[in-house]
Design a protein around this ligand. Sequence first.
Ligand SMILES: [Zn+2]
Length: 323
Amino acid sequence: MSKGFDKRKRIFDKYVSQLKKLNENNLLPDFIKYKEDCYICPICLNNFSENDLKDVSENMLTLEDAPPKSLGGRATTLTCKTCNNRCGHEIDYHLTERLIEIDERAFLPNIKAKARFTHNGLKIQGELNVDSKGNITVIHDKKNNHPEKLEKYVKSTGKNDIVDIEFKPSRVDKHRLEVALLKTAYILAFEHYGYSLILSSPYNIIRKQLINPEAEIYPEGFWTKQGSFKPEQEGVHLIASKGFEGFLAIFLLKTKSSENRFGVYLPVSERSTYDNIKRLKEQEAGFGLKMESYMMNDYFGEIGNMKLMVNFIKEKNTPQQCI
Ligand SMILES: [Zn+2]
């Protein structure tokens, strides 16, 4: 039996049963190819049977972490191996790496960073360590430095000398980092509302962006980092403030040294996505959006809640008729 089989089977059953209910009640959009007893990968929308839970499958269903595991996330949904691997290398890596870089450059506790040190014109390699109490130590390895140069450097550097520190160049792609934030928000929406929200047409643009992380598809300015977000605000909430329509996913990203809460805008209507993001961008930091939470509702067992969600989005995307 492959790793985590029981957990993946439980998730598989929960989502397959939701799909079945949505299909029986004609709540699936026309562009969805529904196959009975199959799980639809939220990213590529391909169908996967129970056999794809086994590791003999060419493209098995794997646990998907939201936020990424390296940033304190946990797995409550599944994506296919192809999507999971691609998102890991091409998207999530940039977010994790950037947050660690910020910690390193701020010399926060619990960091370990390779850097170049310069003093009296001598440049040598070293590893900077900050322990949990904030004490800084530097290790200069003989393997990575010319022995004579290292000796000269050590002899000429005194206790209170100021040394220049140059961290290794960043490999982070800012755009992909933003796509990683979008992916976390999207998977969290899938965790809370299941297919009833994410299979709707306004989410096609998000899937397209996740599959093509290099392209600029989802409008920029859709995310914010706010010190004012509270733990109790974490979740995926409907924005209730006038002039806005959409969801705001609020989540915590945790490194060994820091904790930050992010907010990511998710759409309800294809028409209003761009305008809403533009308006959010113009808001002052710490914008006081009012939010309604429907997260306590059961979207997996109660067909009434699924219906409300599907119809709510449908209504927002029906062309308005002029009378
Ligand atoms: Zn997939």
